[in-house]
Write a protein that binds this ligand. Structure first.
Ligand SMILES: NC(=O)C[C@H](N)C(=O)O
Length: 335
């Protein structure tokens, strides 16, 4: 314990950053979540000069297997760390596949100004030129930077700092995979120096209407299915989603959330049954806004710039909070 250093809590959830492969040249086919958070910390020289570290292993999984139960544990642990006056910030090690969803969820429910930084890697810990150790060092630096306070949940990889709202994984295997399309990174870590250049104007942490109560232990978030639009649509999966208990639907539409004419009747039926439908886009960037008066009049909500997987999380939170259609539409408009 060094008196002059801040304390950072590192929470491990698994992912490639904690992954081990059979050989140093293998960058795929490894087992994510095989190294512990303690192993990770031991692999980063210089970390002990940035902060006093405590660590908790919340889970150790590939993030493709993320569940509501793990989210509930993670939220609980993050909150308890943030409440500790000795803790200056929290770093969460996470697989990259669903990192954007976890970061977005935390950005909606945590109520603290202290930095919370998610970090992952694209190469396993055993790989030549593994990116995890530098990413972790950078994440710890960001978490101890006073300027990181009040900017919402942050994501640090590949020397860039992104906001949880805008960041998405854009490439399957490249180390330069996280980007905030059209909106850009909030800052960089260059030569060990953390610099912020901007911040999001959209509500996060203290300014959202949601709290962690919505994710309490053993409670599942309401089922919201994502329906991926394509040519020759036929509405079958929308029907199946409703019949199998979906409480909300995200339509990953074409272009500006465009709906196939054969999907439309099933979406309208969902709305008539009180199941909210959010139009997002499968494009990967851009805003979904009102397009056809028919869709707007039917009561469809626009996802704005939120991609389908983030719109899903937001709709789940709205449903869990018991919001009516108008309130849900308002949350999406401001999100
Ligand atoms: N790069 C990674 O972390 C991918 C891994 N499948 C995970 O999300 O856990």
């Amino acid at each position: 314990m060094k008196e002059d250093l801040p304390t950072i809590a590192i929470l491990g959830t698994g992912g490639t950053i904690a992954g081990k492969a059979g050989s140093a040249s293998a960058t795929t086919g490894y087992v994510p979540g095989s190294a512990t958070v303690e192993d990770l910390l031991a692999s980063v020289p210089g970390l002990e000069d940035i902060a006093n570290l405590t660590s908790v292993q919340v889970s150790n999984i590939g993030s493709e297997d993320m569940t509501d139960e793990i989210w509930a544990c993670l939220v609980k642990e993050t909150e308890s760390q943030l409440k500790d006056p000795e803790v200056a910030g929290v770093v969460i090690t996470h697989g990259t596949d669903t990192l954007e969803e976890t970061a977005f969820m935390l950005n909606q429910v945590l109520k603290s100004e202290k930095p919370v930084v998610l970090v992952g890697s694209m190469r396993p810990a055993t790989s030549i030129s593994a990116d995890g150790p530098m990413n972790l060092l950078n994440a710890a630096k960001v978490a101890t930077t006073p300027e990181a306070k009040g900017k919402g949940v942050l994501v640090v990889l590949n020397d860039e700092i992104h906001g949880a709202r805008d960041v998405i994984k854009t490439n399957t295997t490249n180390c330069d995979t996280f980007a905030s399309p059209r909106l850009g990174a909030l800052g960089f870590i260059t030569g060990g120096r953390v610099s912020f250049f901007k911040e999001s104007t959209r509500p996060h942490t203290l300014k959202t209407p949601f709290t962690s109560e919505l994710l309490s232990d053993h409670k599942h978030l309401p089922i919201v299915d994502i329906i991926y639009a394509h040519s020759n649509g036929d509405g079958r999966l929308i029907k199946a989603a409703i019949q199998s208990g979906a409480k909300g639907i995200i339509y990953a539409g074409m272009g500006n959330g465009s709906i196939h004419c054969k999907d439309l009747p099933e979406l309208e039926k969902a709305l008539e049954e009180g199941i909210p439908v959010v139009r997002a886009s499968r494009c990967g960037s851009g805003e979904v806004v009102d397009s056809s008066p028919e869709w707007t009049e039917a009561g469809m909500i626009n996802a704005g710039t939120l991609n389908p997987q983030k719109a899903r999380v937001l709709l789940q939170l709205c449903l869990a909070a018991g919001y009516c259609h108008e309130k849900t539409a308002e949350v999406f408009l401001k999100a």
